[in-house]
Design a protein around this ligand. Structure first.
Ligand SMILES: Nc1ncnc2c1ncn2[C@@H]1O[C@H](COP(=O)(O)OP(=O)(O)OP(=O)(O)O)[C@@H](O)[C@H]1O
Ligand SMILES: [Mg+2]
Length: 252
């Protein structure tokens, strides 16, 4: 379980995450939605300790992340950042192998290699695995970063806009993969999404943020409504149920 207690981040006088207290159940897929600047990345950053909290706490299985040793945290939780700019000239396979570092400390075992191969295959990266990151397309690079996060093999997986740069086929494959990680491997996945339809079809739970606060949280059927989406984005959309899932439509 991930629990936040009045988690807060300020920059100067500006509150960008404002006393957020949330419980995200174990073994589920939670989507975080909200407009640009709502505080989604900052919130995820504090849960994973990439960003220091100004006040409050984040707990993973009861452990305060601010007080948990880095190795212990990295064996429980992996995060895909929104802007993963790896400047070094590393190959796709090297990048994915970094995901094993918390386990192997640089000495890769046969089991580590097997997991790296598994992650490369899962993300359909085998044809590019020996290319440098600046020699693959944006979507292939994004998939390589996701493979690294999955290779870390943690119970908790946080992904900040993993669908960036992915085409329709790979975006859907990514959501199915996250769903399977929850259903078949009992993972807890928290994912920032701008595509409400993916959130609606794949998530168990949606958290909607606005101006640093949670304005709504619940199952997709409660969140994906014209009124709630207006409260989050200030636009009117049409919500249509297709095959049992609420889907959002907007027109010119
Ligand atoms: N280092 C910083 N210094 C000052 N303000 C910052 C800093 N980082 C983020 N902010 C501000 O905090 C607010 C929340 O940013 P955050 O990146 O969490 O938003 P977000 O919901 O992830 O948005 P997006 O959908 O665009 O990724 C924004 O207004 C942003 O400008
Ligand atoms: Mg963000």
């Amino acid at each position: 379980m991930i629990e936040t207690q009045e988690l807060t981040r300020r920059y100067g006088e500006t509150l960008v995450v404002d006393r957020v207290s949330l419980t995200l159940p174990k073994q589920g897929l939670t989507a975080i939605i909200g407009a640009n600047g709502a505080g989604k990345s900052t919130f995820l950053g504090m849960i994973s300790r990439l960003t220091a909290a100004s006040a409050g706490a984040a707990l993973i299985d009861g452990l305060d992340v601010a007080k948990t040793p880095t190795d212990a945290l990295a064996q429980r939780l992996a995060i895909l950042r929104q802007d993963n700019a790896i400047a070094a000239r590393v190959t796709v396979r090297d990048l994915v192998s970094f995901g094993r570092y918390p386990h192997s400390k640089g000495r890769l075992t046969a089991d580590d290699h097997a997991r790296i191969d598994d992650a490369l295959a899962f993300l359909e990266l085998e044809p590019f695995s020996d290319r440098y990151l600046d020699e693959v397309s944006g979507g292939q690079r994004q998939r390589a970063h996701i493979a690294m996060v999955l290779a870390q093999d943690t119970d908790y997986v946080l992904l900040d806009e993993p669908l960036n740069n992915l085409d329709m086929r790979h975006a859907r494959a990514m959501m199915s993969l996250l769903r399977r990680a929850v259903d078949e491997r009992s993972r807890t996945v928290v994912v920032v999404l701008h595509d409400i339809n993916f959130a609606s079809c794949y998530a168990d739970h949606i958290v909607a943020m606005r101006d640093g606060r949670v304005v709504a949280a619940g199952p997709p059927d409660h969140i994906v409504t014209t009124a709630t989406l207006r409260a989050i984005y200030d636009i009117d959309v049409e919500v249509v149920t297709v095959r049992g899932y609420r889907t959002v439509h907007y027109y010119r």
